[in-house]
Design a protein around this ligand. Structure first.
Ligand code: OGA
Ligand code: NI
Length: 365
């Protein structure tokens, strides 16, 4: 796909853009009215034949939302019923939204506001955080895969490794410093509750995923800022991908644009006031032996906005993270994957790049 962009010095343009350390927001501030070539995405192949209007376009074939909304504190619902709701969602669309989840509304709105504040601060305040140095626990950049993805996406991200070893407060932009610790603490306790429900849905004791399997040990936060885009049909906010996580808990503002792949259609994951989005990641798909589904999703670009979202990635972390072995735990028939370490998994994820074939397929038997 990179070949399609021959005819201009793509690497030089990527470098020039990266060197501004101002992100896509910097382009928008400079008043661009056209999307630069480095952000042009080849049109996606059309979805499997549909009777009409099957255009090879980023924005086609969106059906009404079939993403379940689950009330975690509904009085009339028993634990067994709640487990059944979560199980059904994890087994089918792999995405659900939760309400009455215990994360205070103020923590959510403060978190979104702080990300917006950081990205809308003068560029001199953002630049010191702009880095591709993997060793830093706080990294601001536009497209972490800028130099190896076939096309850049219309998005800037502040990435924070929060657990097991959090950054020191001084490493975090002042705009986000206070709220990010509070917000992640709240989401960790929600995730613990979700892992309890998912453990039971797998027929295991409720502490299995959280305590025995270490699914709560590692947490990285990606705070995304999607500036308004002058030509949204030419690019994407995020290309289709699955998450290399156990579980992802996503907070989005009211703009919308996230879509999940359900039965060969892109389905909107619409903003629901007060809700958080939960999706199954690749590790949980493997551990459940394909019982739960890590589903492809993407973000379309839009001319309105900006859009802000905050993804909490629960993934292997801690001293044993790279050597710990993962594989199917719940096996009804034959195991569909061989076991692998997180290091092997992340290595294959990196090789394939963001998007493309799910990394766990390399370990499929
Ligand atoms: C991600 C992701 C979606 C969004 O960060 O992996 O899918 O709405 N984000 O920003
Ligand atoms: Ni994702």
């Amino acid at each position: 796909m990179a070949m399609a962009s021959a005819g201009y010095d793509r690497l030089a343009e990527l470098k020039a853009f990266d060197d501004t350390k101002a992100g896509v927001k910097g382009l928008v501030d400079a008043g661009v009215t056209a999307v630069p070539r480095i952000f042009h995405h080849p049109p996606e192949p059309a979805a499997p034949p549909r009777p009409s209007s099957s255009r090879p376009d980023h924005h086609d074939v969106v059906t009404n939302s079939s993403i379940p909304v689950i009330d975690l504190a509904s009085l009339g619902v028993t634990r067994a019923e709640l487990v059944a709701q979560v199980k059904a969602a994890a087994e089918t669309v792999g995405f659900f939204q939760v309400v009455n989840h215990g994360v205070p509304e103020a923590a959510m709105s403060d978190m979104l506001a702080s990300v917006r504040r950081f990205n809308e601060a003068p560029v001199d305040a953002r630049r010191p955080f702009y880095t591709r140095d993997a060793a830093r626990r706080v990294k601001y950049s536009s497209n972490y895969d800028l130099f190896w993805a076939p096309a850049a996406s219309w998005r800037d991200t502040l990435f924070l490794d929060m657990s097991p070893t959090p950054p020191s407060p001084e490493e975090i932009p002042p705009a986000c410093r206070d709220i990010v610790f509070e917000y992640t603490r709240q989401v960790q306790s929600l995730c613990s509750a979700l892992l309890g429900l998912l453990s039971e849905a797998m027929g295991l004791h409720s502490g299995y995923l959280d305590r025995d399997a270490g699914c709560l040990d590692g947490l990285s936060v990606a705070a995304h800022y999607y500036p308004p885009c002058p030509e949204p049909h030419l690019t994407l906010g995020a290309v289709k991908h699955t998450d290399a996580t156990f579980l992802t808990v996503l907070l989005q503002d009211g703009v919308g644009g996230l879509q999940a792949r359900v039965e060969d259609s892109w389905v909107d994951v619409p903003p629901v006031p007060g809700a958080l989005i939960v999706n199954v990641g690749d590790f949980l798909q493997v551990m459940s032996n394909d019982g739960f589904r890590s589903v492809e999703h993407r973000v379309v670009a839009a001319s309105d906005g900006p859009r802000v979202s905050v993804a909490c990635f629960f993934r292997p972390g801690g001293p044993a993270a790279s050597t710990r072995v993962y594989g199917p735990i719940v096996v009804k028939d034959a195991p569909r994957y061989r076991s692998f370490t997180a290091a092997e998994f992340i290595g294959s994820y990196r090789d394939k790049g963001f998007g493309g074939r799910p990394a766990q397929d390399r370990f499929r038997l």
